[in-house]
Design a protein around this ligand. Sequence first.
Ligand code: ATP
Ligand code: MG
Length: 441
Amino acid sequence: MSNKMFDFDIETLGEAKISSPIRMSRNNGDGMADYVSDEDRILYSVQTHEEDGVRKPLLDDTMEEAGPREKIYFNPSHVHAAICTCGGICPGLNNVIRAVVRCFWYRYGVRRISGIQYGYLGLLENSSWPLIPLDPDVVDDIQEKGGTILGSARGGGKQVEEIVDSLERLNINILITIGGDGTLRGAYDIGEEIKRRGLKIAVVGVPKTIDNDLSFIDSSFGFDTAVASAVPSVRGAHVEAKNSINGIGLVKVMGRESGYIAAHTSLAQSDVNFCLIPESPFDLDGPNGLLEHVKRRILERGHAVILVAEGAGQEFAPPTGETDASGNIKYHDIGIFLKEKLKSYFKDEGIPTSIKYIDPSYIIRSAPANSYDSIYCARLGAHAVHAAMAGKTQCLVSRVNNQFVYLPIKQAVSKRSHVDIEGTLWRDVLENTRQPFSMKN
Ligand code: ATP
Ligand code: MG
């Protein structure tokens, strides 16, 4: 009996019949790795179970391996490829753009590559931002800088018909989108409209989420840099706290719905005493509330460090009711809220404290990618190009179990990834911070 849970089949525009211009080892003996076939698949889950005395994979689901195909769909001389970056900025965007351009140019010989400015807004009919012609010279050293040379924006992604009109008008037949869940949903809808019109335009996503909250991906690009950039803030908060009488260092990091950055930063810099994430709701007051625990820590040790993810404790304030241009709900600033709460609590308790609040969010987002992410982005970008050239569409590039794979966008956005508070990551965080498992009364 098959034990499949997911649909990991990739859509294509049609049969790939053109021989790839990429030469592999068996053609010229240059020692390069071989082509990857659509039949090369890896297991999604590495978990096993025992059946009739034999160890077997727990799930039968397999994913298509990423990489260059021997036969491609597009004739490189007919390709007009476009790249856009949407949503918030994240370390590594420029690295992905660079890798995409270089792979199209050097490996496939594609000469028409355009950058779309400000995400999907740049594809709207009345866009005032022209396409930016891209080639290896233009992207030569962009990886040195944070952000994206194309600019990024929210909004516009739901005007699907207008976007597809623009793709048709500009003769774009490959669209590479680099963005988060919203961008991917937009890319999927664009792909659906393309299908409805019977067009042959490939849409391939490179998933970007600094929060690392996308499912079916080991870890998203920029995440490692984000954690590395958050560490100095925690270090600073700890030094400040330790050097003051009853010092409290409070740091806020990104993580709207998932607390991965906070959890990993706590492990990277073991100075954190309280790591607060959206997945683990807590009380402020009462004998098991946060304030009481911080007081105990202050009385025992004379200082405390609190690391809070932006999405934690949102229930403490009424919803803002505001949304951004993409429809995302605007959050309360939990950092400022906690700072005020701690201040008034310790004042009422008659305990003098000194609270230092650090919010490094924009510094983290805008940092250039570190070496780990640079390598990762270089490979993601190239794999996105291989998928598109082979005519794969409405898919994204991911790394699962340390292997690069292609995934249907529809499946990837079907659920978010959260820190499992009963899982090993959170257990390790709790062992490090020594905070209670629950701060609910
Ligand atoms: P992040 O939130 O990590 O910064 P994101 O890709 O989720 O990245 P958003 O601003 O939410 O960022 O969305 C980016 C683009 O995707 C916007 O142009 C937006 O209009 C479009 N978009 C957002 N949600 C949807 C949706 N549900 N369907 C179609 N398009 C969407
Ligand atoms: Mg989003």
